[in-house]
Design a binder for this molecule. Sequence first.
Ligand SMILES: Cc1ncc(COP(=O)(O)O)c(C=O)c1O
Length: 377
Amino acid sequence: MDNYRRDFPIFEHTHYINSCSYGALSHQAEAAYSEYLNCRHTKGTDWMYWCQIHDDVRDRFATLVGAKADNVAVTTSASASLSSLISALDFSGARKGVVTTEQAFPTEAQNWHAQTSRGATVKHVRETRRGQLDLDHLRALVDEHTLVVAVPLVCYRHGALNDIAAICKIAHDAGALMLVDGYQGLGGVPFDVHELDVDFLIGGALKYLLSSAGVGFLYVRESLIKDLYPLQTGWFAQADIHAMKIHGNEPAPNARRFEQGTPSVPALYAAKAGLDYLLNVGVDNIRAHVQGLNRALKDGVTGLGGTLTCDLDDAAQGPMVAVRSSDDHALVAALEADKIVTSCRDGNLRVSAHFYNDMSDINAVLAALDNNKALLA
Ligand SMILES: Cc1ncc(COP(=O)(O)O)c(C=O)c1O
């Protein structure tokens, strides 16, 4: 993985280990942004090419998760993906229950709670002491009134990786649909929508996918698409974008119906470059490399007398490791003073390695934690 590091200039001066917040910027993504700006200077507009890039990004998201491109919408954020999908769900029938989790990223839970005005009821599955979702509690909450079960692949607060296959089975056995928020795992954890049997998957490009703010995606199981009619829509969602019809609404027959307006074109350039880079490295290789780094990090933290937020085997841990802190913001600032970039949530220092990290980053984090033991909890 050493050769890749050279493509990310930030490593010339900083231990960047914060991909759960934003992936490091590569020379390739930077060149892609420049290509967009050059295009603006030279041609002014190039809508044909920009629509092509939109589809290129769709192809790459599809490849990442083992889906068909036709079953993927390219959106502007994970929130946009979710709210477009939710606008097509019906909460007026016997199935109006949403089972989300205590691990939901705010945008996800907030979108579900917003549906209570449309008849939805919302329950939250708790997590076990070790950090994963509590499957017994999930079984108790899911019933014949449940419309959808929505869970994160990896918890954004502490990095626990949920057992998606088991959760899907519980949801489907009760006749409910299954949505996964993949944002904190995709790019670091292999994911195949068909193997795992999910109905919906949302994510975005800016974290482990090495891309840019302004690009998200939504996967929808093919057999469900034709019966979902998004109320949140726009001209890019139409069967024919160029038809310019104003006396009707004709959603695309594929997942493009969940798109809305003009795509975030500059961000798409970077997203294509980032996804190409990531797919070339390979998610299986990334997973193996990061698990090795995280093992060393976890051993080091416990050796220092620190506490890992989750007590999980390597296989049940996403790309991020969380360390308990008595003042997590102060700890992030202390590390930053040593040129180590991390982040925090909820009393946890979040250390999130990717393929471009190496033992020099882990050793730097451990040395800084040793110097700031008073901030460990
Ligand atoms: C798990 C998870 N879901 C959703 C989001 C929100 O994504 P967006 O800002 O693209 O809507 C984030 C952002 O950090 C996240 O970590």
